[in-house]
Design a protein. Sequence first.
Length: 683
Amino acid sequence: MRTGAQTTKAQSAAPAHSAKPRFESDGRRRAVIENIKPCVDGGRFPAKRIVGESADVEADVFTDGHDLVSAVLQYRDLGASAWKETPMRLRVNDRWVGRFVPATMGLHEFRVVAWVDRFKTWRHDLEKRAKAGQELSTELAIGAGLVDQAARRCEGDDRRTLAELARRLRSGAIALAERTTLGLSEELAALMARHADRTFAVESSPVLRVFADRPKARFSTWYELFPRSTSPDPKRHGTFGDVEARLPDIAGMGFDVLYLPPIHPIGRAFRKGKNNTTNALPDDSGSPWAIGSAEGGHKSIHPELGTMQDFERLVAAADAHGIEIALDIAYQCSPDHPYVREHPEWFRKRPDGTIQYAENPPKKYQDIYPFDFECEAWESLWAELRDVVLFWVGHGVKIFRVDNPHTKAFPFWEWMIAEVKREHPEVLFLSEAFTRPKVMYRLAKLGFTQSYTYFTWRNQPWEIEQYFTELTRTDAVDFFRPNAWPNTPDILHEYLQHGGRPAAMARLVLAATLCANYGMYGPPFELVEFTPREPGSEEYRDSEKYQRRVWDLARPGNLREFISRVNRIRRENIALQQDRTLFFHRVDNPSLVCYSKCRGDNLLLCVVNTDPHHTQWGTVDLNLDVLGLRPDQPYQVHDLLTDARYSWSGWKNVVGLDPHVCPAHVLRVGRHERDETEFEYFL
């Protein structure tokens, strides 16, 4: 028996390195690319941008040691074989920036390519050595070798020029100082950058995407009305012809999107009566969202509104006034919808075999059957719902407001929107999802162009600042486009109920200047008609959702002139046509909110009194760096709402706003010229 350590024959015979080492990548690729923006959920979803406008890209690019790196931004239309590229530049602290311009609507790809740049490193070291008075002949010989290598990588004039520059760098017949100047010249640097050695370049992965929408996605002004309530005769149902007659007024107020709730036949089974009663009278109109009857479903028009030809004429007439028609897409059915009879497999059944109607306990909606997106026949259901959108696209509609998308399957929206946009990238979708923030954001990532917001419930200055800072100063800006509405047919906030005309004016200014996209449920807002169904309710009394109304839009006290002025300010000031430069400034009065937007030379400063009952005074404390103003130079502010002009100076200025006169300043600021690159961070 042996004791102590024992070594087997196999162990003693094993070499120190028994196999060739394996490497997953070439270790000579030393550049690092991290934290690329825009990047939505690690590249799972495309970021949103506008066709024809710069798409800014940022990335951390660096390497080990003291070598310098170079980086380029590569981009292409989705499906294109060749990449285009543009140089990136170092901004600060290893953060590199570049930009490209999507020239077409649709999906685009981009990536960052970086490499350790030996010539740039050599040039940097040469400059330091020259300043230190060191001997440079060896360094110049090294540089000449790098230039020779570049010459072999190109053809034509560049090859001949680089070869000649390499010869001169190493020529002893040329003075050392002259060769040093040559090595540091911009001409040589530009040539070497054009023919850089990318042998060990690193490409960012995954390839990221941007969806470029048309400009209407970024800036739009919505007006909502119920076509059936446009008749001047209370005994007659409104028609598309009546809507057409209203177009000059709507365009005159400055709206460029006219949103119509569902225009389809309305079911009679379990029809809702006035003020949402469950017992409808024979002459009650029912809810337009209870879609479908013997006259047809989602591809049909309510017979009292007119024919398809009448609708197409309305679309054409709206276009002539600079207005697009937006239609409501509500994926649900009345019990009378042809789908219920023809495709019962698309609906969820209860144990007794009847179809499950919509519920939001304790509320019951017996007049609505929701689709079952998980049914066995889901593929045919999804295809038909896609075809509903394509049907209306075929009749001239390019904008859709989607009802309650958060109650439908996420995978459906991603598939359906992509299917539509593949052939019709100009189509826009507005998400009406008053739900949890993460759900709203997910819908935006899935493809919705714009989204309703919590604006209606953000009425105090601190709430407004907190919420809109989230929407414009976080990663949400890359995928979530807010559309602010002070009221909708579903939501009449108590702020409007109790604040009256001053509250309506304040909320209008806030919606129209905080958001490049905003809308209003028109007739009640114009007329300041904010009576709830009962105290504590956000429902309108005599709501148009359940009955026809006749509106006297010219009656005294209306807001038409004020609305027109606000919308004209939006059209004439490019700063208000985007959201990325929104910046809040301090005010010492908690009832006042102050913020600015800028675009190029166009700078607007807004101050709003959120107290609809009392005059409020306060001192605004402006961030002059953001505004591009000098502390030692006075500047003029022009109130675009009242045409008053004031001379201001420095950081602190006093404002006073009487809500019964005008609750807001919208100030155009005159400032000295300043290089727009200084505002790059905010743009």
